[in-house]
Design a binder for this molecule. Structure first.
Ligand code: AMP
Ligand code: FE
Ligand code: FE
Ligand code: ZN
Length: 283
């Protein structure tokens, strides 16, 4: 059976491997199809696709769009959208700028509680990405010896409610779904019951996103979901006739429990997803 991993990050956002390197690692790990889904940018697609073609594995270009519902962070995966569709490209740029422009504020807040880090140290961790955010601050704190790894940086300093958490502009999920669909892509809610989004991603909300905006799927098999969550989400997907995906949300070796292929997508659901793509502005 084909092994399909539909949620992977590279250095084009906050992954640790270049797009080509992560595709190589996926092929070495016997994956047949991967989606590159960097946060708010398509910058890794060209290199990722070239590497996948050389290695003979399937490549699905995707995005993970930063959204917010009632102040709670929600992530939307968009597969195969036209990245040149101007309303989408423009909004992604605004989101990226919102993430990046707050770096000096984050640094100042950390300094004010005695945590040593500079904006330059953060930017040095963010080579190859137009989408600088908290993970790069975390990497700077690892590099200068303040913490042992990204998780410790988030737990102590960067998670929501900690000193270094500064909110940023993000799209409404409905708005992002509309943009992805208008661009011919397929919208899938990432880890709906993950870290914070479990607070807002009720069956009712998901139903509304399906009804009003054409949400196509939900990511069910994800490390943030317990076995019980996965069973319940599968039921919701069946009720709402949604595509079910499974994926690693790989960010590189530094993020434990997210190894490439740790979760995969059923080939039938993958085919359903592909069949929904490429109908820009159409019904
Ligand atoms: P930002 O958009 O700059 O606020 O950064 C959000 C990103 O940080 C998410 O997409 C995750 O990749 C990462 N992240 C958030 N919380 C954590 C955490 N507790 N541990 C590790 N990474 C996290
Ligand atoms: Fe990330
Ligand atoms: Fe995410
Ligand atoms: Zn992700």
């Amino acid at each position: 059976m084909k092994r399909i991993d539909l949620h992977i990050h590279s250095r084009a956002s906050d992954g640790q491997l270049t797009p080509a390197a992560v595709v190589n690692a996926a092929a070495a790990g016997r994956l047949d199809v991967i989606a590159l889904t960097d946060h708010d940018t398509a910058d890794g697609w060209v290199d990722g696709r070239r590497a996948a073609e050389e290695l003979g594995i399937g490549f699905v270009p995707g995005l993970e769009i930063s959204c917010k519902l009632n102040g709670i962070s929600v992530h939307l995966l968009g597969y195969l959208p036209d990245p040149t569709y101007a309303p989408l490209a423009n909004d992604l740029q605004v989101v990226r700028e919102g993430r990046t422009d707050r770096i000096p504020t984050i640094v100042a807040r950390l300094n004010s509680i005695g945590v040593p880090v500079t904006v330059d140290e953060v930017l040095a961790q963010a080579t190859g990405t137009p989408s600088v955010g908290r993970p790069h601050v975390a990497d700077a704190l690892v590099a200068n010896g303040t913490v042992a790894n990204r998780s410790e940086a988030f737990d102590r300093f960067l998670a929501d409610g900690r000193a270094g958490h500064v909110p940023h502009y993000a799209l409404e999920p409905g708005q992002a779904i509309d943009l992805v669909r208008e661009a011919g892509g397929v919208p899938v809610i990432a880890h709906p019951w993950g870290r914070s989004s479990y607070k807002v991603m009720t069956e009712e909300t998901l139903g509304r996103l399906v009804q009003d905006h054409g949400l196509a799927g939900i990511e069910v098999d994800h490390q943030d979901h317990s076995t019980a969550d996965r069973a319940e989400l599968r039921g919701i997907a069946a009720d709402l006739d949604l595509v079910v995906t499974g994926s690693s949300d790989h960010h590189g070796l530094g993020k434990v429990d997210h190894d490439l292929g740790v979760n995969t997508t059923d080939p039938e659901h993958y085919e359903r997803l592909l069949a929904l793509a490429g109908d820009p502005l159409g019904g």
